[in-house]
Design a protein around this ligand. Sequence first.
Ligand SMILES: NC(=O)c1ccc[n+]([C@@H]2O[C@H](COP(=O)([O-])OP(=O)(O)OC[C@H]3O[C@@H](n4cnc5c(N)ncnc54)[C@H](OP(=O)(O)O)[C@@H]3O)[C@@H](O)[C@H]2O)c1
Length: 309
Amino acid sequence: MEKNALIYVAGHTGLVGSAIVRKLRAEGYERLLLRTHAELDLTDACATEEFFQTQRPDYVFAAAGLVGGIKANSEAPADFFSVNMAIAQNVLWSAFRSGVKKLLYLGSACQYPKECAQPMKEEQLLTGLPEITNEGYALAKICACRLCSYMKRQYGANFISAIPANAYGPNDCFDPQRSHVIPALIMKYLNAKKTGAPRVELWGTGKALREFLFTDDLADGCLFLMDNYDGDETVNMGSGREISILELSKTIGRIVGYEGEIVCDPDKPDGMMRRMLDSGRINALGWRAKTDIVSGLEQVRDWYLKTNG
Ligand SMILES: NC(=O)c1ccc[n+]([C@@H]2O[C@H](COP(=O)([O-])OP(=O)(O)OC[C@H]3O[C@@H](n4cnc5c(N)ncnc54)[C@H](OP(=O)(O)O)[C@@H]3O)[C@@H](O)[C@H]2O)c1
């Protein structure tokens, strides 16, 4: 991307979009086009078309979407499907019609089949049904990534897509109804410290393995793909490192200063025992995540304490 290019980051107030904006600014990109959800509802086809036709961005990072946890997804599959489909349809087609040079669409690891060999390779996409609890969301994200490929194939649009691993970082959602595992654990241990709880219970055996990607690395990967990838297949973007839920809990307990005991309850469900992306393709292109999990978690803790007193 040229340093004077006009760059639209859709979803710039979110976890991922805000990290992309930070990274672009740090790299010296100054012509950023940003609209809040209230200013531009991307499910509104006319408003989206008008925005692209009048603003004419050169590059687009498509990081806007309706995102939620298992509960929200399983209660509102129609909304998660339709809103994300509408955003993808409107953004991709309006971007194409207005002559955007290149667009990166962000998918999600839940696009992979529920029963998927681990680590998950890009070739395994569309080889089975996604997890039922977030099927609506996953199907919309699958369609969006495929649409990028189809538009490239049929019209030569330079639209690419990536699947980042579970992201964590500053600006994460700490609302207990919607939060992901890392903010939920940070709040759990901060509360336990505050109340002086002697022990904290952890659901499951603690042995389940998860992969997390710090949002600064995610943003770095997005800029890397914009500059270095023109293929028509979706690309995984993971940290390449796994951590058990117990180890993650202990690390978070330690960095927030909780000194009590952490007790696993093996009668409660673990969820999938392993869920990891195979990032061989992006690694072969020359990109790797840099942030180790302790340093990433410390940055999230510091951000949370600063913004929440
Ligand atoms: N978080 C992860 O672990 C992760 C991992 C891989 C991929 N991704 C992908 O990255 C994207 C962003 O995720 P995130 O975690 O950053 O989500 P997020 O924090 O919820 O941010 C979503 C952003 O999209 C905006 N948005 C939602 N609906 C909109 C609409 N109709 N019109 C305009 N803007 C709208 C939101 O604005 P409001 O908040 O004002 O509604 C917010 O700025 C998603 O597509 C997701 O699939 C996320």
